[in-house]
Design a binder for this molecule. Structure first.
Ligand code: NAD
Ligand code: DAU
Length: 357
């Protein structure tokens, strides 16, 4: 029976992961620490309200006192850090927030884990930790920068982040690595490709294009639309994270991806076709500054060493995702009107405190 701190659990991947973990490891206690920024939506986790194994704590991962008090109260075995500012376009407009949350927040969590888990020192002066603990840093393939027409990112590809977002994630990733090398903290780092699936905020490519198509609004395609991303269903990302958490070798990095490269324009056309709309809605707009041309993940290490494999084909996953956005009209209308923020406030507003509600 493990106690797990999941940060950023009200966001897209974090909320999918909490539900996946509750299904797969029902006896574990999950504490979700989330600041509820615009990207955090507790409606994603309605199913778990009232569960004795799930606790929500509203707060910021940069808040040292809060993070330390959560460790003291709950005695976590695992930390999985999803909390981040995650949107590249926002990072181009407002880099500072990305440095604060993604870099300083990660350092705060690493420090709290180190302090809480340390039981002594070995003969060489290195900290020794309680058995069975682990810190998992959810990183991204964007830390590797951009590829040309060929090749894939492996775990040994040098980091070359190009946006303020990816630079902040690379910094966090390097901090996690350093805490393993310097303090021998049991750490894993995962670097996943682009996720899609239910509960993704409609600022990212796939949900934005679905929502605009449903409304017959223009679909803004950056530049020529021939940039390539390697898409993975969010549930496959969740199963990979649990696999790394339980089987990953401390100090190791694992790439996560499903060998599914698609050009943006191909995805936009597929969504239009599935929803029975014509390509007249496509608008080629000004390109993103510093736009990475292509990402592709070599997933050999996680598949051969840990036995993980994706379950979804893209055809099945995108079909289900489009259907999900068509049928979850309440969720979507609350997101678009901002009512999801009011939901969070009315359910948790002032009641949230360290240790959960
Ligand atoms: P998201 O933007 O949907 O969710 C981020 C969550 O973090 C939100 O609930 C938000 O409220 C919370 N948060 C933000 N700042 C916080 C803070 N200071 N303290 C506490 N909580 C805070 O992001 P996502 O798409 O679910 O991504 C989750 C993680 O996975 C991120 O670390 C991201 O870098 C990484 N990642 C994402 C993808 C992808 O395709 N979306 C791919 C690979 C890796
Ligand atoms: O690769 C993993 C990363 O994937 C994660 O680390 C990030 O958190 C996540 O946001 C995502 O980053 P991208 O920049 O690849 O995702 P986004 O959905 O913003 O854009 C995907 C592609 O689509 C990219 O080439 C830009 C393009 N795009 C995006 C939007 C929002 C458009 O052409 N038009 C748009 O309106």
């Amino acid at each position: 029976m493990k106690k797990v701190l999941v940060t950023g659990g009200a966001g897209f991947i974090g909320s999918n992961f909490i539900k996946y973990l509750a299904d797969m490891r029902g006896s574990w206690t999950i504490v979700n620490l989330d600041a509820l920024t615009y990207a955090g939506n507790l409606e994603n986790l309605k199913d778990l309200e009232g569960s004795e194994h799930y606790i929500f704590a509203k707060g910021d991962i940069t808040d040292r006192m809060l993070v330390e008090s959560l460790f003291e109260t709950h005695g976590f075995d695992y930390v999985i850090n999803f909390a981040a500012e995650s949107h590249v376009d926002r990072s181009i407009k407002e880099p500072e927030l990305f440095i604060k949350t993604n870099v300083l927040g990660t350092q705060c969590l690493l420090d709290a884990a180190k302090t809480s888990w340390q039981t002594g020192r070995d003969a060489d002066g290195y900290p020794v930790y309680r058995n069975g603990v682990k810190y998992l840093q959810v990183s991204t393939d964007e830390v590797y920068g951009a590829l040309g027409n060929t090749g894939k990112f492996t775990e040994t590809t040098p980091l070359a982040p190009n946006s303020p977002y990816s630079a902040s994630k690379a910094s966090a990733d390097m901090l996690a690595r350093a805490y393993h090398r310097t303090y021998r903290l049991p750490v894993n780092i995962t670097r996943c490709s682009n996720n899609y699936g239910p509960y993704q905020f409609p600022e990212k490519l796939i949900p934005l294009m679905i929502v605009n198509t449903l409304d017959s609004k223009p679909l803004p395609v950056y530049g020529d639309g021939l940039q390539v991303r390697d898409w993975l269903h969010v549930k496959d990302h969740c199963s990979a994270i649990l696999t790394v958490l339980e089987k990953g070798q401390p100090g190791e990095v694992y790439n996560i991806g499903g060998n599914n490269e698609r050009a943006n324009i191909e995805i936009v056309r597929l969504i239009l076709k599935t929803l029975g709309k014509t390509e007249d809605l496509i608008r080629h707009v000004e390109d993103r500054l510093g736009h990475d041309r292509r990402y592709a993940i070599d997933n050999t290490k996680i598949t051969t060493e840990l036995g993980w494999e994706p379950a979804y084909t893209f055809e099945q996953g995108i079909k289900e995702t489009i259907e999900w956005y068509c049928t979850h009209t309440d969720w979507l209308s609350h997101v678009r009107s901002g009512a999801y923020m009011a939901y969070c406030e009315s359910h948790y507003g002032n009641k949230s405190r360290p240790g959960g509600i």
